[in-house]
Write a protein that binds this ligand. Sequence first.
Ligand code: UDP
Ligand code: MN
Length: 240
Amino acid sequence: ELPTIYVITPTYPRPEQIPELTRLAQTLMNVPNIYWLVTDDTDTPNQDLIDYLTFTNIPHTYLITPMPPEYSGHKVKPKGVANRNAGMEWLRQHASKGVVYFADDDNTYDIRLFQEMRYTEKVSMWPVGLVSKEGLSTPVVSEGKFQGWFDGWIGGRTFPVDMAGFAVSVQYLLGVPNAAMPYKPGHEEDGFLRSLHISPNDIEFKAEQCTKLYVWHTQTKKSRHQPNIIFKKKYDNTNI
Ligand code: UDP
Ligand code: MN
């Protein structure tokens, strides 16, 4: 029996939400033994999304996880933090083993990535493409040994890695009751990994010693469409 991968996906309402989740869902439909936690930054359940998740047949739970109001007014927001922490709370209640991975709704994932992370013992890492000005974020590995970090922005971080670049054993996470993601833009990954009490020597390097790219931090251009302009009388009794 393959270990279950719990994929926690933060998402939020906007015109791109269903398109992004369609792309991610149809990747996950090609991966065995996945449990998908779709955590929505909203106060209002999205019935279209709930129906779409049912259509995919992927075992899943949909959680309503709004950003606390004290952060939602900030110019630089802690995006997806409430969602991921709520997903981890759910795991603490419902899971006992397997692997947890934070998959943002807009990235691009090769299905081989999930094969790489499935047997994570503590924390595993691999390269992520299209991150920062260097276009790549990865541990530096030589002859199987950790040498340091490659990332366009080190920013004083102990673990200068992208959210898409690591997975954690559920058993290990549950053994660290206070592990959580901080509401600190730019430092979410570092704060979380430090809260796990690991050192760089604990990291399992995947994707052929971090030589393969199986995930990219792609970003979607904001849609310009304005739904209200279609509510015109001349479209009454049409498909519009
Ligand atoms: N997100 C969220 N609430 C927000 C903004 C973003 O839950 O107000 C989610 C988003 O769906 C994504 C993750 O948080 O899964 C990271 O956001 P985004 O992709 O916009 O960040 P970027 O890639 O630009 O750093
Ligand atoms: Mn993104």
